[in-house]
Write a protein of this length. Structure first.
Length: 260
């Protein structure tokens, strides 16, 4: 039988259990006694191998996380890790002759994903008036894989970030941050979305244009009251001087005291 080349793709999330299929035409294989089967990653690292029905490989990174179905040669990996992301090759050889004959050679690509956190969106008001408010909007998300794209939208209209950065952590996970200056002339919805390998997380925040009329200052009230008292005393003083000149000062103050 000639070799069969067929590329496949499988997606899985970190922590899940995933199966990588071998060649379809090998499902009729009834025994591994006359065969050698091995799975290798990126054509250099042996993940799991059997010869004449006996497991012959030893890989510390995979030993406790992998298993092979001896009926259809499917490779199982659990739990999936970030470093499992990559290309896997299933090779089956028939051992009936001196030179083994390859009867199956198939490549499967495993795309590993790790969920990003729900985006955290904050808005900080820089300047504000009844006409508009200048705001600095920030969005951040962390702990995901693969490398994401981050987008912003104002009332579903795409917005261009003033700045965005993606950081890779020591665990090969990614963190992403972005910021945008917005001039808000009316209440508007801002949405931040993080997309990765066909998945997406988003958060929407209402940006409000608050028009607040400043209250009357207590100091202003004190100044106003003081002004009234000063004016009253000034009037009394002028009146006293006028009446004294006309000889009516005593009678005026008598009337004033009676009134009080």
């Amino acid at each position: 039988t000639g070799s069969a080349q067929e590329k496949k793709a499988v997606k899985s999330k970190v922590g899940d259990k995933v199966s990588l299929p071998c060649c379809r035409d090998i499902y009729s294989l009834k025994s591994l006694i006359d065969h050698r089967v091995y799975w290798q990653k990126n054509t250099t690292e042996v993940v799991l191998a059997y010869a004449k029905g006996i497991k012959i490989s030893k890989n510390e990174r995979y030993d406790n996380r992998t298993d092979m179905d001896t009926g259809n040669l499917t490779l199982w990996i659990s739990p999936v890790e970030i470093l499992d992301n990559g290309s896997y090759q299933c090779v089956v050889q028939h051992l009936s002759s001196k030179n083994p004959v390859v009867i199956c050679d198939e490549t499967v690509t495993l795309f590993v994903t790790a969920d990003f956190s729900k985006p955290n969106v904050t808005a900080e008001v820089s300047t504000s008036s009844c006409e508009s408010a200048e705001m600095l909007v920030r969005c951040s998300s962390h702990g995901g894989f693969p490398k994401p794209t981050i987008s912003g939208a104002l009332n579903n209209e795409s917005a261009v970030w003033n700045d965005s950065q993606v950081f890779e952590s020591s665990l090969s996970l990614y963190n992403v941050t972005a910021k945008l200056w917005v001039s808000v002339t009316k209440d508007i919805n801002f949405t931040c979305s993080v997309e990765y390998s066909g998945f997406a997380k988003s958060t929407t925040l209402l940006l409000k244009k608050n028009c607040v009329v400043p209250p009357v200052s207590p100091t202003y009230k004190v100044i106003t009251a003081s002004s009234i008292i000063i004016i009253f005393l000034l009037v009394v003083t002028l009146a006293a001087r006028y009446l004294s000149r006309h000889g009516k000062c005593s009678s005026f103050f008598n009337k004033l005291s009676l009134t009080a």
